[in-house]
Design a protein around this ligand. Structure first.
Ligand SMILES: [Fe+2]
Ligand SMILES: [Fe+2]
Length: 352
C-alpha cells in the first residue's frame, strides 16, 4: 500500500489562514473609551511630553488614524519635522504657535490646524500656561501602504531645509500620460493652497437633525485640503442625546468638556453603556450601533469627532456597494423631537 504525506499548502489555505488571523487579532484590539488618566505622557526628543490614545506605538494598533496628546511648557520649541502623512491638531488648552513651512500661525483653545503631508512643522509656547494639543494623523494608513516616511531635522533653520517634493507642472499632448501629469499637477496646486488654521470664532455653529449643534474645525467644506481627515465639534444640549446610528470604525470622539455616556452595540442582541468625561476618547472602532448622551442636566457637553471620511470611508462605500455602511433610520431622527425647543447656552471658548 502506498501512503502519501501531503507537505504543500494550497493558495486557498494560505489566504484563508491569513484572513482569519487578521480579524482574530483585530478583535483583541477593540476599545470603547480611552480614559485621559490611562494615557501616559513622556518627555520626547522633540522637546515636549507626548502620549498616545490610539495607535500602535501606544499599544492600541489602528488601521487608518492615530490619536496622540502633546503637552508643551513655556519656552518650548519643538524640533522641526515633516512626514509623508498629514495630520490635524485640536488645541485643548493654552496658547501658542505652529510654523507650517515657515509660516507662523498663533492659536488659542479650541482652534484647529491641518498639517499637510510633507510640510515642515513645529510648535511652541511662549506664555506661562502649558498648552495641551490633540493630534490625529493618517500614519497608520500610509504605513499600511508602505509609504510612511518621517524626517526630523532637529533645530535646523527653515531656510536650510529642502522644499516640498517637486512635481512636473505641464506637458504637451492628449495621451493618458500627459493627462495624468496635468491632472496631478492641478491637484498638487490645490492641495498646497488649503486652509491650515481654523480660529474657533470664525466658524458658525449649525444645528444638526441628529440632535446636536456642530462646528467644522478641519473639513473640505471650510477649505482644508486634507487626505480626507475631518474634525467637527459636536455640542450636546444639557441632558440631551444624539440619534442612534451606525457607521464603520475609526470614528472617534474626544471629550473637550462635560460628562456623559455612549451606547455601543449590535442589534438585536444589544450593547452596553460606556461613561466618559473630559479628556477621554470615545472609540467607535468597527461598525456598531451607537448613540451618545450628555448626562449633565445643566451644562452642554462638547465632543470633537474625528474620522477619515472623504478618502477612506468613501472608498469603502464604493468598494462594498450595495452594502450600506451608514445607517441612520428616519425614525431615529424623528425620535429626537422638536429641536427648536432646545435651549442652548451661550457658546464661549475658555481663555488661554
Ligand atoms: Fe508632525
Ligand atoms: Fe457616530
Amino acid at each position: 500500500m502506498v501512503t502519501r504525506t501531503r507537505t504543500n499548502v494550497t493558495h486557498w489555505e494560505v489566504q484563508w489562514t491569513r484572513r482569519r488571523k487578521l480579524i482574530e487579532e483585530w478583535r483583541q484590539h477593540h476599545r470603547t473609551v480611552i480614559h485621559a488618566d490611562d494615557v501616559q505622557l513622556r518627555e520626547s526628543g522633540r522637546g515636549h511630553r507626548v502620549g498616545c490614545y490610539m495607535g500602535i506605538d501606544g499599544g492600541n494598533p489602528t488601521r487608518v488614524l492615530d490619536a496622540w496628546v502633546h503637552e508643551l511648557d513655556r519656552d518650548t520649541t519643538q524640533t522641526v519635522h515633516r512626514h509623508s502623512w498629514d495630520a490635524m491638531v485640536f488645541v485643548v488648552s493654552g496658547a501658542g504657535w505652529s510654523e507650517i513651512d515657515g509660516v507662523r500661525h498663533e492659536w488659542r483653545p479650541w482652534d484647529a490646524l491641518h498639517l499637510p503631508a510633507w510640510s515642515w512643522h513645529r510648535s511652541g509656547v511662549d506664555s506661562d500656561t502649558p498648552a495641551r494639543l490633540m493630534t490625529y494623523s493618517t500614519e497608520p494608513l500610509l504605513s499600511g501602504l508602505g509609504m510612511a516616511v518621517l524626517d526630523d531635522r532637529g533645530h535646523t533653520a527653515i531656510e536650510d531645509l529642502p522644499p516640498r517634493p517637486e512635481f512636473t507642472r505641464a506637458v504637451e499632448g492628449d495621451d493618458v500620460y500627459a493627462r495624468r501629469v496635468r491632472r496631478l499637477a492641478a491637484e498638487q496646486e490645490e492641495r498646497r493652497s488649503g486652509r491650515l488654521h481654523t480660529d474657533y470664532n470664525d466658524i458658525p455653529l449649525l444645528v444638526n437633525p441628529k440632535g446636536t449643534r456642530s462646528k467644522f474645525l478641519v473639513d473640505r467644506s471650510i477649505g482644508n485640503q486634507a487626505s480626507g481627515i475631518t474634525q467637527v465639534m459636536l455640542q450636546f444640549a444639557p441632558g440631551r442625546g444624539q440619534a442612534m446610528h451606525l457607521h464603520p470604525g475609526e470614528a472617534w470622539l474626544y471629550v473637550v468638556e462635560g460628562r456623559g455616556h455612549s451606547y455601543l452595540g449590535e442589534e438585536p442582541t444589544g450593547g452596553e453603556d460606556h461613561e466618559w468625561s473630559q479628556g477621554d476618547l470615545v472609540v467607535v472602532d468597527h461598525a456598531l450601533w451607537h448613540q451618545h448622551f450628555n448626562d449633565d442636566p445643566d451644562n452642554p457637553a462638547r465632543l470633537v469627532r474625528i474620522h477619515a471620511f472623504d478618502s477612506v470611508l468613501e472608498t469603502m462605500r464604493v468598494l462594498t456597494y450595495p452594502l450600506e455602511l451608514f445607517l441612520e433610520p428616519p425614525e431615529n431622527l424623528k425620535a429626537m423631537g422638536d429641536l427648536s425647543e432646545i435651549q442652548w447656552p451661550e457658546d464661549r471658548r475658555p481663555p488661554a
